[in-house]
Design a protein. Structure first.
Length: 265
């Protein structure tokens, strides 16, 4: 009897104890866009970008028109993003950060010195995101579509170069939207690239495009007034442009970080 009891006890001790199964993670993955108007839903690629993800991915567009790497933080917009990162509602959060278009502005509330302010500002965003336990992703600026003698102009190259440098020195994933956009817009040419802009395209722009040199838009509708603000320019995007560049950003991101592919439709 004693022998049987000892054997039973030994078998019990040798049987592995199964740990209680952990509940599956139910919180969604979240993607937040931080940047200027070229990233917004209204006049950038935001809608086209967010449309690429599976329904269970939460895509938040926190980009705001007219903001630079300085004014976005000064106005308190960045504080709101950081508060989201700490709200515990997502299993993982990616923050895509893109500035440059307004950092070269002459307006003092937007302007930053390329080396002493823009670079440190971008580095600061990266470090803040990492400190909050999220994943930063740097995006070089969306290309503008100005042409001269058939060549797309390199208007934002310097800001793209600094963004690349910050990504490299902080070990941060880089989406080089500027390089890819420049190449694709150059391949399109001045005429086809007009289809990416907001509409309508002024007549003088349509007439000049075949020459390979873009010209400032002129608006002759008396109800609008000469030079009034319109949806068209060589920077912002209409629906086709949003879809085109939104897809481009996602494709470049997946190429830079293949793990992101699981989030895409």
């Amino acid at each position: 009897m004693l022998r049987r009891t000892l054997i039973a006890a030994a078998l019990l001790l040798s049987t592995p104890v199964l740990a209680a199964e952990k509940p599956a993670e139910t919180r969604p993955v979240r993607v937040i866009l931080v940047g200027d108007s070229t990233m917004t839903d209204k006049s950038g690629y935001g809608k086209g970008f967010c449309a690429q993800f599976k329904p269970e991915v939460v895509c938040v567009n926190a980009a705001r028109g007219g903001r630079s790497s300085k004014s976005y933080r000064v106005e308190g917009l960045w504080d709101k993003v950081i508060a989201q990162l700490n709200d515990g509602t997502a299993s993982k959060t990616y923050v895509l950060i893109q500035f440059g278009h307004n950092d070269g502005s002459s307006r003092p509330e937007r302007h930053t010195d390329l080396e002493t302010e823009f670079g440190p500002n971008m580095r600061g965003y990266v470090l803040d995101v990492k400190k909050a336990g999220a994943v930063p992703v740097l995006v070089t600026p969306l290309t503008q579509r100005h042409f001269k003698k058939g060549q797309v102009q390199n208007d934002l190259l310097r800001w793209a170069q600094v963004t690349r440098l910050i990504a490299r020195t902080t070990d941060t994933t880089l989406i080089d939207l500027y390089a890819e956009g420049q190449a694709k817009v150059q391949a399109m040419g001045a005429v086809e690239s007009l289809s990416l802009a907001g509409q309508p395209v002024p007549q003088n722009v349509l007439e000049a495009a075949p020459t390979g040199t873009t010209v400032p838009a002129k608006f002759t509708d008396a109800s609008q007034g000469q030079g009034s603000a319109q949806a068209f320019d060589y920077t912002h995007l209409g629906p086709k442009g949003s879809d085109y560049f939104g897809q481009m950003v996602v494709d470049l991101w997946v190429k830079a970080d293949p793990r992101v592919k699981a989030l895409v439709k």
